[in-house]
Write a new protein. Structure first.
Lengths: 285, 396
């Protein structure tokens, strides 16, 4: 039983964590919480099934196309739902614009793809075992994303430029950094990460349009737990959420598991509003 | 020429009478508006998609044969999208805006729970196939008829099969969190207990939950000897079947008809996981032990084939149920007229209407028209042309 809790809890937690990272990458570049993060995850699963199962493409080609569409959707999000509302961030109009875009894409997927869950392909033709690919693929994807982001942010010029605009947009622009291009690149990167989360978790979540609100919701919890903009915090928050959710499923089961998850979530936020790993905001007086 | 007041009144009266007489002559050729509230999209749409194929075919056939006394049936469809709120909006528009004569559907219980009281208030005759028991009540909803089994009949057949045929006494009952799912669990658990079974697990689980292993392990550790799932969500049901297969847990799964649908089959990790899965179904659309369907059903299958209706991704009983509904209403309207009270008075005396899905009978005090003995269990992995073999233990 413990093995099962850990395996599926960590795997689901990695998917939640990756959606949390998707939120963060968009947030750090624009100070906007884009609620298209879960939609990206849903698209990863649906497009993976579309390209590989329905259109018969090789897995590698299908995978690369999914990431490309994710990047494209990230850029479209920045242009359509984020850029127009950046000037009035304090009014939080981005909640409406990004949610509207997410709902449009979700409904379009429901109409074109269908509203039933559909199968996601086995990516590697190996026998099923206890530590099956449906569990280790999300873990691998999560590890790859965290390592890649660390390398990008710490060891490349463009990564440092991302951090610069995240730290202080106006100062970065004053120094001559192409803020708009960097923001678009960040959204494209977030698109790739979100689509990767859905693709890696496709076998668990199936290709289902209804995964969008599920991932939007559960993917936000690690962001709140781990601290906004903190990728490592998001992954840790995602893992905690996945493990706690599975434990609650075992101990109380059914709808009470969701109640338990959100009860603990609210208690944590009441105790530490800045998140478990976030730093409390200092207010200048 | 001058006209007296008496002449003017007489002329006006004559014109009014002439106008009044002319009106029915024109109205007699008008189509008969019939409202239809299927779930064609949304997570519970697999049932509606199947039923829709039968309804469309029946309406085409009725209209091609000259309609009802020369009047065509105009089917006015509002997709509920598996959402009770949209179903209510659709029902309000059909009754108040379109002024329909009768309403078919909704086809899912969650939506019908919201719509049935609304239609009762507008005095619109309604025929629906939803199973939740409270969806017919001759006192509260005197114009509402059910041409399908009730939850009591469905659960009764499944419970009988588990307890009396499979001889399993410790049972796990699971559903999703829809209106249908929760109502089913609430109805079946006391029925199982009354039959002497012990319900060792009872749960309502979010259908979007990607991993149901925790739930199945809880069932297993509680000593369950049979799993009874109640949901129309193919993703949810396939996860139960796949998880049982992964756990190599040799326990029968007995329950909802969607366990045997093409959508559920498409989501199975291995075809062999479909063994020992026994969904509800209906004797009229099942292969008897000799492999033969009833004559009425064979003729219906021929009609479906000639109309090129796809059965690969749906179930025969859904199409048959859809096919029977407009034919039953057409028979009522042909015999007594299209006014709501006329249709209801005819249905109140309906005796063994020969449907493909089953012989339907109503009385003024009983608006549940489906016969008990037609509800059976079948082998899910025997699906062929939308129909199944009867489960082991049934005779021809």
């Amino acid at each position: 039983m413990v093995e099962s809790i850990v395996l599926s809890g960590v795997a689901i937690g990695c998917i939640y964590g990756l959606i949390g990272v998707t939120y963060n990458v968009m947030f750090t570049a624009s100070r906007v919480f884009s609620f298209t993060a879960g939609t990206l995850g849903m698209l990863g699963g649906v497009l993976g099934s579309l390209f590989i199962v329905r259109m018969g493409m090789p897995v590698v080609v299908g995978f690369l196309l999914v990431l490309a569409v994710g990047a494209l959707f990230g850029i479209v999000t920045e242009i359509v739902a984020v850029r127009p509302v950046l000037k009035s961030l304090d009014q939080h109009l981005y909640v409406l614009s990004t949610l509207a875009l997410a709902l449009m894409v979700q409904q379009f997927t429901a109409i074109e793809w269908g509203t039933e869950s559909r199968p996601f392909p086995r990516l590697f033709d190996i026998a099923r075992g206890r530590f099956d690919q449906q569990f280790w693929l999300p873990m691998l994807a999560c590890a790859a994303v965290i390592v890649s982001l660390e390398l990008l942010y710490r060891h490349t010029l463009i990564g440092r430029a991302f951090l610069a605009i995240a730290e202080d947009t106006y100062a970065a622009r004053a120094l001559g950094l192409p803020e708009r291009s960097l923001r678009m690149a960040s959204y494209a990167l977030a698109g790739v990460i979100g689509a990767l989360a859905g693709f890696a978790g496709g076998e668990m979540l199936l290709a289902f349009f209804g995964n969008a609100p599920l991932l939007t919701f559960y993917g936000f919890v690690p962001v709140a737990l781990g601290g906004m903009g903190n990728n490592r915090g998001s992954v840790v928050g995602g893992l905690l959420l996945g493990l706690f959710q599975q434990t609650a499923n075992f101990l109380v089961g059914g709808i009470f598991a969701s109640v338990a998850v959100f009860t603990v979530f609210i208690i944590v936020l009441l105790a530490r509003p800045e998140g478990l790993a976030g730093a409390a905001l200092q207010r200048r007086v | 020429m001058s006209m007296t007041r008496r002449q003017a009144l007489a002329s006006a009266g004559a014109a009014a009478i002439a106008g009044g007489l002319a009106k029915p002559a024109i109205a007699a050729k008008d189509p008969i508006p019939v409202g239809y509230l299927p779930a064609l999209t949304g997570p519970s749409s697999s049932t509606g998609i199947g039923i829709n194929r039968g309804i469309q075919l029946a309406v085409q056939e009725i209209n091609a044969a000259g309609g009802i006394d020369g009047r065509q049936i105009e089917l006015i469809t509002r997709d509920t999208q598996s959402d009770p709120t949209k179903a209510v909006n659709g029902a309000a528009e059909l009754t108040r805006g379109q002024k329909v004569s009768v309403v078919f559907g909704p086809v899912n219980s969650g939506e019908s729970l919201a719509v049935v009281p609304l239609l009762a208030r507008t005095n619109t005759p309604q025929v629906h196939p939803c199973w939740v028991d409270s969806l017919t009540d001759t006192q509260k909803y005197p114009m509402c008829f059910r041409n399908a089994p009730t939850n009591q009949q469905i659960g009764g057949a499944a419970n009988r099969y588990v307890v009396e045929v499979l001889k399993r006494k410790k049972v796990a009952v699971i559903s999703d969190t829809t209106g249908y799912g929760t109502a089913s669990v609430n109805a079946y658990v006391p029925m199982l207990k009354a039959k002497g079974a012990e319900v060792v697990y009872q749960g309502n689980v979010d259908a979007a939950n990607p991993d149901l292993k925790a739930e199945l392990l809880r069932m297993q550790s509680a000593g369950a000897e049979a799993i009874m799932p109640w949901s129309v969500n193919a993703g949810f049901l396939s996860r139960i079947i796949n998880t049982r297969g992964q756990m190599e847990w040799d326990v029968p799964i007995v329950g909802q008809t969607t366990l045997g649908s093409g959508q559920t089959k498409a989501l199975l990790e291995k075809p062999e996981y479909w063994a020992k899965v026994y969904p509800n179904n209906f004797r009229t659309v099942c292969y008897a032990p000799g492999g033969k369907l009833p004559d009425r059903t064979i003729a219906f299958l021929d009609r479906l084939k000639s109309a090129k209706i796809d059965m690969g991704d749906t179930l025969l009983w859904w199409i048959a149920l859809g096919y029977d509904s407009p034919r039953m209403i057409a028979e009522a309207m042909r015999n007594v007229g299209t006014e709501p009270e006329q249709v209801v008075s005819y249905l109140n005396k309906l005796k063994e209407f020969p449907g493909v899905y089953g012989d339907i009978s109503f009385t003024p005090d009983q608006h549940n028209g489906y016969p008990d003995d037609e509800v059976v269990m079948v082998e899910a992995n025997s699906l062929k042309d939308g129909a199944f073999n009867l489960a082991p233990g049934y005779s021809a």
